[in-house]
Ligand binder design. Structure first.
Ligand SMILES: Nc1ncnc2c1ncn2[C@@H]1O[C@H](COP(=O)(O)OP(=O)(O)O)[C@@H](O)[C@H]1O
Ligand SMILES: [Mg+2]
Length: 321
């Protein structure tokens, strides 16, 4: 039976699976031209805005184009929150791009009223890639899962290296999920996108909580592995057997360290933690559990004594802004 995955960004179904496929078809279609040197960029962007209205997301506009024949993405903030956080987002995106973690940034504008960034376009986001994987014959699922894992390991290693060299920089963990990772399906090269500073955590806080040196690689694996709902994990069971969670085997092998990490993450009073937790919640049935408790249970440990999350607090994922 063919399984579907639910986009965790769907608020009213606007950005559901079909919508996401449509966005990506448009992205692949290309065709709009932006020329930075001619000085026509704003006019062209205006045209793109008109052409692209139907593919707006809840917090930004994404357009496709070619810049000197290179496929690019133009991203513009739309919601008030996204506009307020734009300066931070652009600065983190730049930093990450230089570190080889985010796609290459070609042009960026923090000018009020004309905020945008133009970056290298990848083939798909990983969520869409996983949907396409489920369309393949079943015997290919596992092999595809392994290739994806390889690419992810490589991305995570680059992230860890960056933080080793820049220990004071905040860790963008709260929104580290399949929708925010893009993939080049020729080389299986992956990059992280969509850096909202509200979902990044200060490393000092985590170090203090841990009382030990933070293992960034383990942290990133943990966040990604538990960044999607149980529904989607079940859908991916054949791709990442047996539980459909990307790095669960690796995490189980280091159970003690993982549980210490979860204990350190749990008290974070930030949007970071709230976002992580909200991404995981199903919202439609069953008892709501905290992110930390879902992880603990999957690791074979018992829930913490205070485990139920207030339902009123979790109906709208923060990631939707
Ligand atoms: N560089 C890129 N290459 C390919 N697809 C991209 C790229 N940047 C964004 N996208 C697509 O656009 C979607 C939304 O972009 P994102 O930066 O995550 O914005 P939002 O803040 O609206 O979530 C992504 O999930 C992905 O499908
Ligand atoms: Mg996103």
């Amino acid at each position: 039976m063919k399984r579907l995955l639910r986009s965790q960004e769907a608020r009213t179904g606007r950005r559901n699976v079909t919508g996401r496929r449509m966005i990506n078809t448009i992205l692949r279609g290309g065709g709009l031209i932006v020329d930075t040197r001619s000085g026509n960029i704003c006019i062209k962007l205006d045209q793109m805005m008109k052409a692209g209205r139907s593919m707006t997301s809840s917090h930004g506009r994404i357009f496709t184009g070619r810049l000197n024949a290179i496929p690019v993405i133009v991203k513009m903030p739309l919601s008030e929150k996204a506009i307020t956080g734009w300066k931070d987002e652009v600065s983190i995106t730049n930093r990450m791009s230089e570190a080889g973690i985010a796609p290459e940034v070609y042009v960026q504008s923090p000018i009020p009223g004309h905020e945008f960034v133009i970056m290298q376009r990848y083939d798909w986001d990983l969520f869409t890639h996983m949907l396409r994987t489920l369309d393949l014959p079943e015997h290919k699922h596992r092999e595809e899962g392994n290739r994806v894992k390889e690419g992810l390991r490589d991305l995570i290693a680059r992230i860890a290296k960056y933080h080793e060299n820049n220990p004071e920089k905040s860790l963008c963990i709260g929104d580290f999920r399949m929708e925010n990772i893009v993939i080049n399906t020729f080389k299986y090269e992956m990059k992280q996108i969509d850096f909202d500073s509200r979902f990044c955590a200060a490393p000092e806080t985590l170090n203090e909580q841990l009382g030990a040196k933070l293992d960034v690689e383990l942290l990133m694996m943990l966040c990604l592995t538990f960044s999607y709902s149980q529904f989607n994990a079940e859908g991916l069971a054949g791709v990442f057997p047996p539980h459909g969670r990307v790095f669960l085997d690796e995490l189980l092998a280091r159970k003690k360290d993982v549980l210490a990490l979860v204990d350190a993450l749990e008290p974070l009073e930030s949007s970071t933690m709230k976002n992580l937790r909200n991404l995981l919640l199903e919202g439609t049935f069953g008892k709501r559990r905290s992110w930390a408790d879902v992880v603990r249970r999957s690791m074979g440990a018992r829930d913490s004594p205070v485990s139920v999350v207030d339902a009123s607090d979790s109906s709208t994922p923060d990631s939707e802004r």
